[in-house]
Design a protein around this ligand. Structure first.
Ligand SMILES: Cc1ncc(COP(=O)(O)O)c(C=O)c1O
Length: 348
């Protein structure tokens, strides 16, 4: 196809080059996309097996009703305050569809999730980045920005830092548009913006089953907000955006709170051990409220990342300032950490 025909792409976001076979974990230590090191609840596997039957010829519930109801029960909300999507990424895309017209500003603190800028391009919205001076302090310029749509990734990626709840609430209160708080990693953090739902109509919380529920392979996430905001998202979604297996899995996952808690506790424990080991090797390490560690090696990050890759260890490198010397390492299993640390000792 002639290049001139291409109008839009998410260039700069996808972690793999289109056409390249991504390493799928087999033989690799995959610490680059913040998947869970632990499996999902056994009840999820049972629910998927039970649903893998003749009914797959039928479309799923267009509202994914059983999932919405189970999620609403878990958070003490009305089901009209919940919608679900094909991963948190789809919910971010739905925010653009519903709340950002061509030419509108979309504001967010930077550095942050690298999907936001490319989505601005696709929707012809104008990115309005607000650089953070200190990783855990919301930039004061975010609140007065008149953008009809703002994103606050909290805890943030790739820094792992948690913005203060009062600062997030102040930004929501000062904004007349929608403020989407992307809480993809919030289960690994000490607090969430959930209480804001009772006090502000314009706040939307985005969550995912990909991280703390160990279900990245299924593609399911959810959004919590006021019934009006949720119905605005529903009005722009595809008819059947979440499949039958994902719906039953989401119900089983959200109802197995004990497994969820165990998974989170294990990741948090390993996160602190990994951060301490990296610091011992001379890395500068930021405190993390997530399932990854953001750290600056004592030699050029590009060389560290390339040498790790030669040893079949994948971590995430951001090559743009102000975080060009930093790498993001997903919290893995003990065995994966042992391999990573042995490799780093050879490289440094
Ligand atoms: C900040 C942030 N938001 C949203 C997502 C989307 O996750 P998913 O589409 O797997 O639910 C991710 C995934 O890495 C993320 O880092």
């Amino acid at each position: 196809m002639p290049k001139s025909l291409l109008r839009k792409s998410l260039e700069g976001f996808h972690p793999y080059i289109p056409g390249e076979q991504p390493p799928d974990g087999e033989g690799w230590v995959k610490l680059n996309t913040n998947e869970s090191p632990l499996p999902p609840s056994p009840r999820v596997i049972e629910a998927i097996k039970a649903a893998a039957n003749d009914t797959l010829r039928l479309y799923p519930s267009p509202t994914a009703a059983p999932a919405r109801e189970a999620i609403a029960r878990r958070f003490g909300l009305d089901p009209r305050q919940v919608t679900v999507g094909n991963g948190g990424d789809e919910l971010i895309e739905l925010c653009f569809r519903a709340f950002a017209d061509a030419g509108d500003r979309v504001a967010f603190p930077t550095p942050t999730y690298p999907l936001l800028e490319p989505l601005c391009r696709i929707h012809e919205a104008v990115p309005s980045p607000h650089p953070t001076e200190l990783p855990s302090e919301l930039p004061p310029s975010l609140s007065p920005d008149p953008a009809p749509l703002k994103f606050i990734v909290n805890p943030n990626s790739p820094t792992g830092a948690l913005f203060d709840l009062p600062a997030v609430e102040a930004a929501v209160a000062a904004s007349s548009g929608i403020v989407a708080v992307d809480e993809a990693y919030v289960d690994f953090a000490p607090r969430s913006a959930l209480p804001l739902l009772d006090r502000h109509e314009n706040v939307l919380l985005l969550r995912t089953f990909s991280k703390s529920y160990g279900l990245a392979g299924l593609r399911i996430g959810f959004a919590l907000g006021s019934p009006d905001v949720i119905s605005a998202l529903d009005s722009v979604k595809d008819s059947y955006n979440v499949d039958r297996l994902a719906i039953v899995a989401a119900v089983a996952a959200i109802e197995d709170e004990e497994h969820h808690r165990k998974l989170v506790a294990e990741v948090v424990k390993h996160r602190e051990a990994l951060a301490a080991s990296l610091a011992q090797l001379g890395f500068e390490v930021l405190p993390s409220s997530t399932n990854f560690v953001f750290a600056r090696p004592p030699m050029p990050a590009t060389e560290v990342v390339a040498s790790l890759r030669e040893r079949k260890i994948l971590v995430r490198h951001y090559d743009r300032e102000p975080i060009a010397g930093w790498i993001r390492i997903t919290v893995g299993t003990q065995d994966q950490h042992d391999k990573l640390l042995v490799a780093l000792k050879e490289i440094l």
